[in-house]
Design a protein around this ligand. Structure first.
Ligand code: CA
Ligand code: CA
Length: 447
């Protein structure tokens, strides 16, 4: 891309938030929506400076035969390279500094997009990120992002109900935190918000002050439940203190597996009376930092003694199966946020979306949502509903019909069903607004 005068072209502060898709558009992006791109494309000797979101993006269709040589990414709000569609590209002398989040975003799996790495690359290696779209962390290349030691002094006078979570809303202190992921996120009662320590700086600790000495029988540690979070093992130990100064070990350091397929949480038995509880993290197989959505502490060692009848949306956070367009995984349809959505690959009907409720649950209504923003044009999706107790044999609950999604009416539809199944499935055969199945939320209710 050098011009004839030998000057190096610079792209400054390019890329915006796509308010419809709710992710950043790259400063330089490749889109093969209308047909495969396989002719040779060379990107040479250029600077991408202070990109608002990712610097380079591959967004749809299949894109191959792209070659980067001498590309300098100098500051990007989120990622160096964002991979949302299959393909391949080579990278030589591609350097990155000042990335807000990570070198590479990809939920495509190991072979989804082939990165051929030549010589002279730096700054964007490391594990690729697959997770919720992060807010950009704007960076100043002359002042690289630094983590800050945070002490959250949330205090509460709430009386914890018998058997309740003793840590919720209590004061926490974290050894470090990255911007937007403070320690307080680990005690806010919402598994979708999380604390994250500074990157590449183990060990890290998170300490909660229960306010007074309490008998503690078990801890429950959670990460966000959407399946967009890949499974990971975090290595950590637990210690306790009555005075906030002298800590004694409660649980020796060990690897604890967090897997969205089993709720992305672990339960750790502990014992004794403690006011301060501390987790010390020394490793994480999926991200070079400690991550914790919730630290819960309970007096009882028993996980549950009675099974209350399910209330509310019984599909939320449950495992799903669906073919997905990159960046729009099936888990988006059960994350409790109508603004995030699942989208199937384009031009490939029919498409099935299946949620595993974990056990048979009586359901008499499902609610399907698309993002409520009026930027979404109204559309009709043709779909049927079926159920299964074994995950193999499905019986039809609702015959195929067109359901109208209109932002003027909340962009959602309610469908009465009469189900008592573990698995619920939607089968899509058409969409007047986009050549793929789309679903912001799948909700199932017993009343
Ligand atoms: Ca949280
Ligand atoms: Ca959603």
């Amino acid at each position: 891309m050098s011009n004839v005068r030998g000057e190096v072209p610079t792209t400054l502060r390019a890329g915006v938030l796509d308010s419809n898709w709710q992710f950043g558009v790259g400063a330089l992006w490749f889109d093969a929506r209308d047909g495969a791109m396989n002719g040779r494309i060379d990107v040479t000797d250029t600077d991408l400076v202070d990109s608002n979101y990712e610097a380079i993006q591959f967004i749809s269709g299949t894109i191959t035969n792209v070659h980067f040589d001498g590309v300098r990414i100098n500051g990007a709000g989120t990622f160096g390279i964002q991979l949302q569609s299959p393909g391949s590209a080579s990278f030589t002398n591609v350097t990155a500094t000042g990335l807000g989040r990570a070198g590479v975003y990809s939920c495509l799996g190991e072979n989804g997009f082939q990165l051929t790495k030549g010589a002279g690359n730096s700054g964007w290696d490391g594990p690729s990120y697959c997770g919720p779209w992060p807010d950009p962390i704007y960076t100043d290349p002359t002042n690289p992002p630094t983590s800050t030691t945070t002490t959250t002094t949330t205090t509460t006078t709430t009386t914890v109900p018998p058997g309740g979570n003793l840590a919720r809303g209590k004061a926490v202190s974290a050894s470090t935190a990255t911007g937007g992921f403070p320690g307080g996120n680990a005690v806010d009662g919402d598994a979708n918000t999380y604390w994250e320590s500074a990157n590449n700086q183990f060990p890290q600790s998170l300490t909660v002050d229960l306010g007074r000495s309490e008998n503690v029988g078990r801890l429950v540690l959670k990460l966000p439940p959407p399946t967009a979070w890949e499974a990971r093992t975090q290595t950590l130990s637990v210690s306790g203190s009555t005075d906030g100064t002298n800590y004694s070990p409660l649980v020796a350091s060990a690897g604890f597996r967090f897997d969205p397929a089993s709720g992305n949480q672990v339960t750790i038995p502990v014992s004794g009376t403690h006011r301060h509880l501390r987790l010390t993290f020394t490793g994480n197989t999926a991200w070079p930092a400690a991550q914790l959505a919730e630290l819960e502490a309970y007096a009882s060692t028993a996980t549950t003694t009675t099974t209350p009848p399910p209330q509310g949306n019984v599909a939320r956070g449950k495992p799903v199966q669906a073919s997905a367009n990159g960046g729009f995984p099936g888990g988006n349809a059960v994350d409790g946020d109508a603004n995030t959505y699942w989208e199937s690959p384009n031009n490939a009907f029919p498409q099935a979306f299946t949620v595993d409720l974990g056990s048979r649950i009586a359901v008499n209504r499902v609610v399907l949502k698309l993002p409520p923003a009026t930027a979404w044009a109204a559309r009709t999706q043709t779909l049927s509903v079926s159920g299964s107790t074994d995950g193999t044999n499905y019986s039809q609950l609702v015959a195929s019909a067109g359901f109208r999604f209109d932002p003027a009416a909340g962009n959602q539809v309610g469908i009465p069903v009469s189900a008592n199944h573990r698995y619920l499935r939607l089968t899509f055969t058409g969409n007047t607004g986009w050549p793929a199945a789309q679903l912001g939320e799948f909700e199932a209710y017993a009343g």
